[in-house]
Structure formats: C-alpha cells, structure tokens
Design a protein around this ligand. Structure first.
Ligand code: SF4
Length: 346
C-alpha cells in the first residue's frame, strides 16, 4: 500500500529541527530546509542546493511540497493581473494584483468558493469546497510579489483578504498565513499593510480583538438597514446589524483602530438619502472611513451600479458628518478581476 506523504510545510520550524535530530542529523539542517520552504519558496527538494543529495532524497521519500501553481495569468489593460491558482487537489482559486501609482496590492482568497451567500457576488455561486491552508494563502502572496517585481519593478506593498471566501470563516489558517507573511522568516511585511475584509461575523471580530491582531479590519457593509442588508446578504438574518455594531464597538475599544467600511451603492437598492443617513448612524460610534466601491455587474440582473448623483449624495452626507469617504474605481474589469467578479471563469 502506498504511504501518503506528509506536506512538509505543515511542520513548524521546531518540528523540522526535531525531525532532523531523529534522523541522526543536526537540528540546524531543519533551519536550512525551513528557509528554503518559506523565504526562498522552493517548489521542490531538488531546488535546495546547499542540502546534500542524500538528504534531499530522504526528504523526497518522506514528504511532499504542496506548492500552488499559477495555472493561468491574465493581464488587464490597466496593469491588473489575475492569477488562476491550482491547488494540490486540482481545485482552483483566484488572486489579483492591483497596481496604482503608489502601491501594489495583492487581493487574495481564503476559501475555495464561499459559504456565505451575498447575492451580488460571483463567488457566492460557487459552493464552498474547503478552506485554504496557511501555505496556500502564503503562496498566493509570494506569486503576486514575484509578478509585482517582474511587471511593475517593485515589491508588493499591501495585501487585502478580499478574494474568494470569507476570511473569518477560516480564521485560524488566515492568522497562520499572516504570521508567516509578517515574520522575518517569511516575507517580513508589516501587519499594518494587511487588511482582512469581512462581511461581518460578530463572534470572530470579538476574537480578533481578544487576540490583539495587528492587521487592519474592513467590513463589507453595503447597507445599514437590516431589511435591505438581509435581502442582499442573507446571512445578515443570522448576524444582524446590531450584533455587528456591538462587535465592532468591542473591536474599537480594544484596538482604537479606525474602522473601514466597504460599500457599494446600487441602483434602486440603497441609493436613497435614508440609506446614506442610516450608514452615518451606524458608523458614528468610532472613527470610520467609507470606501464607496464601483460595482461590476456579474450578469444583467437587479444589481446595477447607482448613478453618479447617488454617489455624490453619499459623499456629501458622509462628509457633512466628518466621515472620511473615498470613491474607489474598480480595476481589471476586462479580465473579470474586479471586486465581486472572482468566479473561476478563466
Ligand atoms: S462577498 Fe465575500 S463573503 Fe460574500 S459571498 Fe462573496 S466571497 Fe463570500
């Protein structure tokens, strides 16, 4: 019977050191292999050129490296890049590189498909197949960092967890991936440059506060009126706005970090003055920033971007209450890489 080999990247550095000691080798060998796996992102044991052939063969016999593979890379006219990423079990997720004049941002996935059911989102039509492992999240970031250096001559500067999946439904693995991304033995990025964007899972927002995480939080709100929010994000019936606000108050009390809200204004759904006023009312308990995001229709259905008058109305209502607001244009529309469009179509 064939023995299933273990993914070597599931081992901590300490476990790798112990493994080598048990093999009669030096613990230090574990450090070297760990460096190849994480800092140098080795795809195979063969790549580990300062490890002896005998040791590499021994590793080959015991372990696999379940590295992701970028199956297809699409480049948009605006410089945006979308990767279709094949996982070791042949499932596919997508991640996106978004360049602007001052930064390069990776938008990464945390789950294959999504367990939530936001009606405006292409990913919600894919059933949730599984959570991504920490290394699969990490690999997406490394792939985009490499592309950023290759095509834009600069390293990746920011990361947002806004790709496929709800990151707080895969909290432990997201946390482990961020640990690796921010550690000196990984990419050494500052946690302040990482944003975890959630649709709003109150229990997990409290947990993040208790865990004293250093990365930033964004909430995809889209409506501050329960009835409307439930109609477009049905899980709001389980986690209503009041629970979400209480969790965010808890987060703010613990972190004193400004809260960012992601918000799309749709024609005939949330484009009235009362919607903007409800948003102000929801936000006002803590310093807030609202990103009004341009929407990219996923079909010809009911979700269409509101006109510019409605966007201007939101901006003036928010600014009148001293809430910072930015209007975000979407990128990568021509390759279905814009917000809400990730659906493994490529
Ligand atoms: S918007 Fe995010 S949470 Fe909602 S279905 Fe899409 S991927 Fe899931």
């Amino acid at each position: 019977m064939e023995v299933k080999k273990k993914d070597i990247r599931a081992l901590t550095k300490e476990q790798l050191r112990e493994f080598f000691v048990k093999q009669g080798d030096k613990a230090f060998r574990g450090n070297q292999v760990y460096e190849w796996l994480w800092q140098k992102s080795a795809y195979s044991f063969e790549d580990m050129t300062n490890i002896s052939l005998e040791t590499r063969q021994m590793l080959e016999a015991n372990f696999v490296i379940n590295h992701i593979k970028v199956d297809q890379m699409q480049r948009s006219a605006d410089g945006t890049i979308k990767n279709a990423v094949r996982l070791h079990d042949d499932l596919i997720v997508e991640s996106v590189l978004i360049p602007t004049a001052t930064r390069t941002t990776a938008c990464v996935s945390s789950q294959v498909g999504c367990s939530l059911d936001c009606r405006f989102c292409a990913t919600s039509r894919l059933k949730r197949m599984r959570n991504l492992n920490p290394d699969e999240i990490y690999d997406q970031v490394v792939a985009i960092d490499n592309e950023s250096r290759l095509y834009h001559n600069r390293p990746l500067s920011n990361i947002v967890f806004m790709g496929m999946g709800e990151p707080l439904m895969n909290y432990n693995n997201v946390l482990k991936a961020i640990d690796k991304i921010t550690s000196a033995e990984g990419l050494g990025m500052s946690p302040k440059r990482i944003v975890v964007s959630t649709s709003g899972v109150p229990k997990m927002i409290r947990k993040m506060a208790d865990d004293k995480v250093k990365f930033k939080l964004a909430v995809s709100l889209h409506s501050a009126i329960d009835e409307i929010r439930t109609s477009i994000m049905p899980f709001n019936a389980t986690f209503p706005l009041n629970d979400l606000r209480e969790a965010l108050q808890y987060w703010y009390a613990a972190t004193k970090n400004r809260i960012t809200y992601e918000y799309v204004v749709w024609d005939k759904i949330n484009d009235k003055r009362k919607d903007a006023e409800a948003l102000v009312e929801f936000c006002k308990f803590a310093p807030s920033k609202v990103n009004l995001i341009e929407y990219n229709p996923i079909d010809d259905g009911e979700f269409q971007q509101a006109n510019s008058k409605a966007i201007d109305m939101y901006v003036s209502v928010l600014e009148a209450h001293n809430i910072t607001v930015t209007v975000r244009r979407s990128r990568g529309k021509d390759i279905d890489a814009a917000c809400g469009q990730l659906a493994n179509k490529s």
